[in-house]
Design a protein around this ligand. Structure first.
Ligand SMILES: Cc1cc2nc3c(=O)[nH]c(=O)nc-3n(C[C@H](O)[C@H](O)[C@H](O)COP(=O)(O)O)c2cc1C
Length: 356
């Protein structure tokens, strides 16, 4: 075992997967007599840092979002102080699935590489680097998995995470996350696209339907304080990270990913973006194949995408008071279908005794 006296795990978790993983590791640390602190980094508030005297091993656990680490974790790691310890480990939860008896893995992209690089620049040595394929929570893309499938994925992943912890605490290095390096590198441009554009579009697809009774739970639970009341209805800000906590937690099942609105957006966006680019080329007599213009069109495209998504979202939000708009959203949102299951593994009480 390394020369550690304590274990600090910082985690963010939309639907409980990264939380469960953190608690399994903490449980293994307990068995070895380490002082353990499991700390959720919601809103980056009230975060307890270890002192050097505690000789800590520090771990970071987070979901993968668009082949990136969850943005709040990236922000946390970027601002993480250096010199607290020598060694750290990283664990990303991914979209695990099961087809018949076959467990299907998710894809990490730069979810582990980027935090490892930032922490290395800060002087930390990464001794554990592991993806864990817990049940996918990407509910706008597919209905939540069936209970039986979720349970079997959990049983498998608990063993994997506990083994990972065991190896680390016995002083071994675990670089399992490097197995998919070629694929992860190929995905890095997509990860960049998600980070600088895609996630803002996704934040503008959440809508509270007619079932919303303004209980305020989504606002209270949001880990990035990205939901506020506008016109007495929950409104998702651009800072939303699509962690899926709100959508999966809502007791009324009132939160939808508005697929119809997303399609309408892409039609409007494609037309405006194309016309706008043609207008600039013709007005300024630009060579369309110049390298700098290719970069410029991408920047313009992303800026227009965020602008149009925000405007359309505002319009739909205000007109949701009208019955026809409510019906339109309801009948064009796949998440409103009765069989479209939600997913979450957040327990009512944090199970690890030292969870903060
Ligand atoms: C917006 C969004 C993007 C996601 N992107 C990825 C991804 O790129 N790769 C992957 O394997 N899983 C992806 N997932 C799935 C989650 O990372 C996965 O379900 C994770 O286990 C959730 O952990 P949590 O419950 O701690 O939030 C995505 C989920 C969401 C909601």
């Amino acid at each position: 075992m390394g020369n550690w006296k304590s274990l600090y795990i910082y985690y963010i978790s939309g639907t409980g997967n990264a939380q469960a993983s953190s608690e399994w590791i903490a449980d293994e640390a307990d068995k070895r007599g380490l002082k353990t602190v499991v700390q959720q980094i919601d809103r980056l508030e009230n975060i307890v840092m270890p002192s050097v005297d505690e000789k800590p091993l520090i771990g970071f656990a987070f979901p993968t979002h668009g082949f990136n680490p969850a943005p709040i974790m990236l922000k946390f790691i970027a601002g993480f102080p250096s010199g607290l310890c020598k060694e750290i480990f990283l664990l990303n939860t991914r979209a695990g699935m099961k087809l018949y008896k076959l467990f299907m893995p998710g894809l990490s992209g730069v979810a582990l590489l980027l935090p490892a690089f930032i922490l290395w620049l800060k002087g930390y040595k990464c001794i554990g680097f592991r993806p864990v394929d817990l049940p996918s929570n990407w509910i706008p893309l597919h209905p939540g998995l069936k209970k039986k499938v979720i349970e079997s994925i959990f049983i498998r992943c608990e063993k994997i995470v506990r083994k990972f912890a065991d190896k680390i605490f016995s002083g071994k290095r675990v670089y399992r996350g490097l197995y998919s390096l070629p694929v992860d590198l190929i995905l890095s441009p997509v990860a960049l696209g998600y980070y600088i554009g895609g996630r803002f579009f996704l934040s503008k697809t959440f809508i509270a339907n007619y079932k919303c009774n303004n209980c305020g739970l989504c606002i209270k639970e949001c880990p990035t304080s990205s939901i506020k009341y506008v016109e007495n209805r929950p409104y998702w800000k651009l800072t939303c990270e699509s962690c899926m906590r709100c959508l999966n937690h809502c007791p009324q099942r009132a939160i939808e990913a508005a697929h119809g609105m997303a399609v309408l957006f892409w039609i409007i966006y494609t037309i405006i973006n194309t016309q706008f680019i043609i207008l600039i080329i013709n007005t300024l007599h630009i060579q369309p194949h110049a390298w700098w213009w290719r970069i410029a069109t991408n920047i313009i495209g992303i800026a227009l995408m965020v602008l149009i998504a925000t405007l359309l979202y505002r319009i739909i939000h205000y007109t949701m008071a009208l019955k026809p708009v409510q019906y339109l959203i309801r009948f064009t949102s796949l998440t409103a279908l009765p069989f479209w299951r939600r997913y979450r593994f957040i327990r009512n009480n944090k199970t690890h005794k030292n969870s903060v």
